[in-house]
Design a protein around this ligand. Structure first.
Ligand SMILES: [Zn+2]
Length: 315
């Protein structure tokens, strides 16, 4: 029997865990579903990531409101993917911040990405009719954006580390607490999605820059919170290894089908049981095949192209 498309047959609710990482610093993880976070300023909140729909976001905000009733001034979005941004309207944030490339990507491919991700992962789109439209940032930056948290709480620093999971990923860094929200640039015991990635940059200079912060706590895009110097190093190493294996196997293959078989065979023993591994791999291999054959920027995924690649590879 054919394997069900992407995560279309994954309908089981995941257990969400709200963790207080330091005073006023929150992470919500969900067994491999997209993670979100929040940071308290003196008299305002910064929220990190918006989930796939306003209804899904409101459930997260209801949990956050058990800890703080401060108004949301900033909503920070790590990159343009639909499951991270389309819930933004629920936050009522004064300012929505992304990297400048993320704004360009939303303009260029936001509509197609929405349709693609909805078909791939329908469970994440709780009440999809609640989405009012694409999410547009109201503030962007190229290298660094600093938010003074006030009241002697220090800064929250948003940084661009180079091309990686997408062309415009940012990380959010709390220097005082040495806590990082890394978006999908780092996964911790969850498979990587690399369908819009720049594998060579990501696996080298970009992850070097992420590692150089010296985080002691790291919230990746999916999976558990990485804790302690060793835990953070392990999450970054896992991300780098996944990419290195892909680069090695796809680089050694003569056809796209062979690239998929080789990559699957090499990654599955270690990563095959992790969330969204089977879902992501055809899209990942397709993009890396392009990258290694001179296609500089990722081709736009549409619902139709998703099916074509899936039917060709994931049988
Ligand atoms: Zn993503």
């Amino acid at each position: 029997m054919a394997r069900p498309f992407a995560s279309s047959a994954d309908l089981g609710e995941k257990q969400q865990s709200l963790e207080v990482l330091a005073e006023g610093v929150y992470a919500l993880t969900a067994e491999g579903d997209p993670n979100v976070g929040a940071i308290e300023g003196e008299d305002f909140l910064v929220c990190f990531e918006a989930l796939a729909t306003p209804v899904a976001a409101r459930e997260w905000l209801a949990r956050l409101r058990e800890h703080t009733d401060k108004p949301i001034r900033y909503l920070v979005l790590s990159h343009y993917h639909a499951v991270r941004v389309l819930g933004a309207s629920a936050f009522g944030a004064e300012v929505i911040v992304t990297h400048e490339k993320t704004r360009e990507l939303i303009a260029e491919r936001g509509e197609q990405d929405w349709a693609s991700e909805y078909a791939r992962m329908p469970r994440l789109f709780k009440e999809p009719a609640s989405i009012p439209g694409l999410t547009w940032p109201t503030a962007t930056f190229s290298d660094r954006f600093t938010i003074d948290l006030g009241g002697g709480r220090g800064d929250l620093v948003l940084r661009y580390c180079g091309r990686g999971h997408t062309e415009g990923d940012l990380v959010a860094w709390l220097p005082r607490q040495r806590i990082m929200f890394a978006g999908d640039l780092v996964e911790s015991q969850a498979a990587l999605y690399t369908g819009d990635a720049f594998h060579r940059d990501w696996s080298s200079a970009t992850l070097d820059r992420v590692a150089a912060f010296g985080a002691r706590t790291l919230v990746g895009g999916r999976g558990v919170v990485a804790r302690g110097e060793r835990g953070v190093a392990a999450a970054i190493a896992q991300t780098r290894d996944f990419l290195a294996v892909m680069l090695r196997e796809v680089g050694a293959a003569g056809t796209l089908e062979e690239a998929f078989r080789r990559t699957h065979g090499a990654l599955a023993p270690q990563y095959g049981s992790w969330p969204i591994f089977e879902h992501c791999l055809p899209f990942n291999v397709s993009r890396l095949w392009d990258e290694l054959h001179g296609v500089e920027r990722p081709r736009i995924w549409t619902a139709e192209r998703d099916r074509e690649v899936w039917d060709r590879l994931q049988r």
